[in-house]
Ligand binder design. Structure first.
Ligand SMILES: [Zn+2]
Length: 63
């Protein structure tokens, strides 16, 4: 289990979608509403690149 992104998007256009983003490092966000949920997805995707626990800990091969 690493990072988890859960989005609930009702089929009804007027219904409020909501989302929850969770990560092993303690990162957790909630979003309600379409715009906020889209932002949540963006933040979650960005977090995967910056997360200290998810980032690949490879030794940099300095030539
Ligand atoms: Zn994280």
């Amino acid at each position: 289990m690493t990072a988890l992104l859960t989005i609930t998007a009702p089929p009804s256009w007027s219904a409020m979608p909501s989302g929850r983003s969770w990560c092993v490092c303690g990162y957790e966000r909630h979003a309600i509403g379409r715009a906020a949920t889209l932002q949540l997805i963006e933040n979650h995707t960005a977090h995967r690149d910056h997360c200290p626990l998810l980032a690949p800990v490879e030794g940099r091969t300095a030539a």
